[in-house]
Design a protein around this ligand. Structure first.
Ligand code: ADP
Length: 180
């Protein structure tokens, strides 16, 4: 499923994000950039050790929640990996929505700053971090649509969802963002 926004494309795809061939692939990282399970484990397994070496060298202090940093993509079919740190879900009263928006927004800014024409993003925070999928999908898509209002790049923002339930939640959210 895909929709045009201001001449650029937001697309949804079900699959494994490590198989993407976009200029940038976004990782669901933790604030220590220490590696973990889920998307992070898959990216480091498939991308090789250079990704972790590069992030350790460049960002020894890690990355704050609600932001992102950029590294080499190692052996992945991408130019960059962008390590985004979404919030842990605590019920919604600890600024989670703003932090999740920030993680997506900073990822898109880094992609634009590095001349990326395409970016693949996962459903940040919805795995181990427990963010409710429907709300996360709305924030992800609203942030992407908002970004495309004022930026020429990336021209393609692709959300890569691991399973059918995540895809359906993003499809419903994309409909409502489109109608706004
Ligand atoms: P977080 O710690 O930010 O919650 P996770 O990596 O645990 O991050 O999960 C984020 C989302 O990514 C979840 O919806 C999970 O199902 C999904 N996911 C896990 N592995 C992959 C993958 N290889 N490609 C795309 N999405 C994935």
């Amino acid at each position: 499923m895909q929709t045009q926004f201001h001449g650029k494309t937001i697309e949804l795809r079900q699959g494994d994000i490590t198989a993407e061939q976009t200029d940038a692939i976004v990782n669901a990282a933790n604030s220590r950039l220490a590696g973990g399970g889920g998307v992070d484990g898959a990216i480091h397994r498939r991308g090789g050790l250079t990704i972790m070496r590069d992030t350790r060298d460049r960002y020894p202090a890690g990355c704050p929640t609600g932001s992102a940093v950029i590294s080499t993509a190692g052996e992945l079919n991408a130019k960059y990996v962008i390590h985004a740190v979404g919030p842990v879900w605590h019920g919604g009263g600890r600024g989670e929505s703003e932090l999740l928006r920030g993680a997506f927004r900073r990822s898109l800014e880094l992609a634009a700053e590095h001349g990326c024409r395409s970016i693949a993003m996962p459903a940040l925070s919805t795995g181990a971090y427990g963010y409710p999928m429907d709300e996360a999908a709305r924030i992800a898509l609203a942030t992407a649509a908002e970004f495309l209002k004022t930026h020429d790049q990336p021209e393609l923002i692709r959300f890569v969802l691991f399973d059918g339930a995540a895809y359906d939640a993003f499809a419903a959210a994309l409909e409502s963002v489109r109608d706004d």
